[in-house]
Design a protein around this ligand. Structure first.
Ligand SMILES: [Zn+2]
Length: 96
């Protein structure tokens, strides 16, 4: 099954996959793109998979750390709140 290419993360142009000699190239076709990223793979599917893989951005990493810290603080505070009659619980998937 063929996977669709995500848009370019820098200019939002539709990604494009083209065969090259011995490999496939998934790329941003926009000549005005500030980055013109590309990704390679032995097959079209592998090139598209590589293209569609996005690294976590530094801002996202900071947000995740803040959320984890908030969950830890909440878990430390929960027994105190319960002792004061304030009901609080986290869904299982949020427990650290
Ligand atoms: Zn682009």
């Amino acid at each position: 099954m063929s996977e669709d290419l995500k848009p370019c993360p820098f200019c939002k142009a539709d990604g494009e996959a083209k065969p090259n000699i011995g490999y496939w190239n998934a790329m941003c076709p926009n000549n005005d793109c500030p980055v013109k990223p590309d990704a390679h793979g032995e097959t079209r599917e592998l090139a598209i998979k590589a293209w569609n893989t996005r690294a976590i951005q530094p801002d996202t990493s900071k947000t995740i750390k803040k959320l984890v810290d908030a969950l830890k603080a909440y878990q430390e505070l929960a027994p105190f709140l319960r002792s004061k009659g304030i009901h609080c619980s986290l869904p299982e998937e949020f427990k650290l």
